[in-house]
Design a protein. Structure first.
Length: 377
């Protein structure tokens, strides 16, 4: 079937309408005329793959990675970086318009960095033919010899003789720190095998290991931190209390403690907290519990600055309700999913908050993923 793509939808697919039904088309860009084959038919929508581009977008290019189309990692390589970012901006504008009932300013910033060799973290899978990544929407493993989005220090990771000997289908977390040192994690490893690794971000020395979460694009993380840092330093009036909800190893708290008299870091993962206690100074108080449990015990009052960096699901209804009662003076909301960000921002705006800033950060070029920052007061 032939159709015209209207726009990019969340997830990087093109959106078309055929006989009044929305169809999400993989491998298509806005404005293109494409031939498609359906992969799924539902009552309200369909899903399809592009089999031929009849009229192409000016930013369409030939994917440069030989594993493209087999490996499940990079789903937007058929668009130039400029084309990818144009589509991502359109997706965010549409989400905020529909879900937050908010029109973003046309000049909101989407920051970008290196389009290749940026990723310092990966999850390898062991296959009979060697290490690789999983195929898209599949448990199949695509053996690889290299990956162009991995950081230079990780380019030879698939043939690295120091990788642990694991059974087939085993998954191995690999991370490289600021000094180019590799770290590994698999559930069979013993605790003493997990050596701390270090990064220096804006003058702060931070440690983590391969088992806990640490952002995989440090260049873009630095850019995001600079925006939050500038905002927190511009806060007038009281600077008594800051809270870092979902604080992880304490990346944002490390900068909050330079500005505020007291910082509370809330994190349930003990592995993250172990590193946070090294990364943070005496101004920081640690709460070893979930965001829901922390806010359920007692709604904190008098928060001057709040940072939230939740998982992809966004803020739970319980957390949103508690924050509406707590009314921190200012909140920096860091999100890895524009859908849940727009949903949550919409609820805050409907309850009297003001959206001061929205900024995007292209942490993962060649993919549809986008990191976002929203600042509300």
């Amino acid at each position: 079937m032939r159709c015209r793509i209207e726009k990019m939808a969340q997830g990087g697919r093109g959106l078309a309408r055929i006989d009044g039904k929305v169809v999400f088309v993989a491998g298509a860009l806005p404005g293109e005329l494409v031939d498609i084959v359906f992969t799924k038919q539902r009552k309200d929508f369909g899903e399809a793959n592009t089999i031929q581009v009849v009229e192409s977008h000016p930013e369409r290019i030939a994917p440069s990675c030989p594993a493209y189309g087999r490996c499940g990692g990079c789903d937007l390589q058929y668009a130039s970086v400029a084309g990818q970012r144009e589509g991502k901006r359109q997706v965010v504008d549409d989400l905020f318009r529909r879900m937050a009932k908010t029109e973003l300013p046309p000049d909101w910033i989407l920051q970008g960095g290196a389009p290749w060799a940026y990723r310092g973290r990966a999850r390898l899978v062991r296959a009979r033919q060697g290490w690789g990544f999983r195929a898209a929407n599949s448990h199949d493993v695509i053996p690889l010899s290299t990956c162009p989005v991995l950081a230079k220090a990780m380019q030879g990771i698939f043939a690295n003789p120091n990788l642990p000997r694991l059974s087939y289908e085993s998954e191995l977390q690999v991370i490289v720190d600021g000094e180019g040192q590799l770290g590994f994690w698999h559930e069979s490893m013993r605790e003493p095998d997990l050596l701390p690794q270090t990064w220096v971000i804006e003058g702060k020395k931070l440690q983590a290991d391969a088992r806990v979460f640490f952002q995989s694009n440090v260049e873009m993380m630095t850019q995001l931190i600079r925006v939050v840092q500038k905002d927190m330093e511009s806060l007038t009036g009281s600077r008594n209390l800051a809270v870092d909800l979902f604080s992880g190893v304490g990346v944002f708290a490390a900068f909050l403690q330079d500005v505020f008299a007291k910082v509370v870091a809330v994190e349930w993962n003990e592995g993250c907290l172990r590193h946070a206690r090294v990364n943070l100074g005496p101004r920081c108080e640690f709460m070893s519990r979930s965001a829901e449990d922390y806010l359920a015990e007692q709604i904190p009052q008098g928060i001057d600055y709040l940072v939230v960096d939740p998982p992809r699901a966004g803020l739970s209804p319980e957390v949103r309700a508690a924050l509406l009662q707590a009314r921190p003076r200012r909140m920096a909301y860091v999100s890895c999913d524009p859908v849940t960000l727009a949903r949550d921002v919409g609820e805050f705006v409907r309850n009297g908050w003001t959206l001061e800033l929205v900024e995007g950060f292209d942490f993962y070029p060649q993919t549809h993923h986008l990191e976002m920052l929203a600042i509300l007061s």
